[in-house]
Design a protein around this ligand. Sequence first.
Ligand SMILES: *Cc1c(COP(=O)(O)O)cnc(C)c1O
Length: 227
Amino acid sequence: MSEIYKRYMEVVDSIKNKCKQIDRDYSKIKLVAVSKTFPVEVLKEAYDSGINIFGENYAQELRDKSKVLKDYNIEWHFIGRIQINKLKYIVPVASLIHSVSRIEEIEVIDKISKKLGKIQEILIQVNVSGEETKSGVKPEQLIDLIEKSKLYENVKVIGLMTMAPFTDNEEIIRNVFKKARVLRDNVSKEFPDVVELSMGMSNDYLIALEEGATILRIGSKIFGSRK
Ligand SMILES: *Cc1c(COP(=O)(O)O)cnc(C)c1O
């Protein structure tokens, strides 16, 4: 049994247990295995362990890995900072882009998607914690951005993404997740397609689950620590 398989099963079990505890449907939770910086061989091992949703942070890395693994039945998610000139590497392979926060990005995603004949599903990254270093739209600008996105036929906003602040303080983390959920609930009244809530990483995914996350992005807990 490989290390990755063991760690993956531990994560899956912990998610299942938490779901039972809080009465949530495990089958509705999507687990994205964040494979950034790990070589293709490691992804193959993960795939053989039953993982087929991978999250990548860097456009060229996503492009290169997806090319090598083109015969694998993999769902690729892009979760990193977006550089507009690199969207051309992302849109052709991504099922979901988690980290959109500017209308200029949506415009370019739409243009590329149109050429490919696809409708690109995206999440809007929201900077709930207000940390300067975090990317994402400010909560008060969220509705405006989603409204504007409606002008782009080949882009579909299906939810929100957020990152917890860098702290050990569980209450601060929980509060950020709570706020993200309230935002999603409010936005979805006006925009019913906005249902997903991508939040929770290796150190805080159980809190995120309790606060309503529908998509978890877990890296080091599955793959081990990155260099
Ligand atoms: C790296 C990364 C993750 C995974 O982080 P871990 O702590 O390794 O689980 C999740 N989301 C984003 C946006 C990331 O950049």
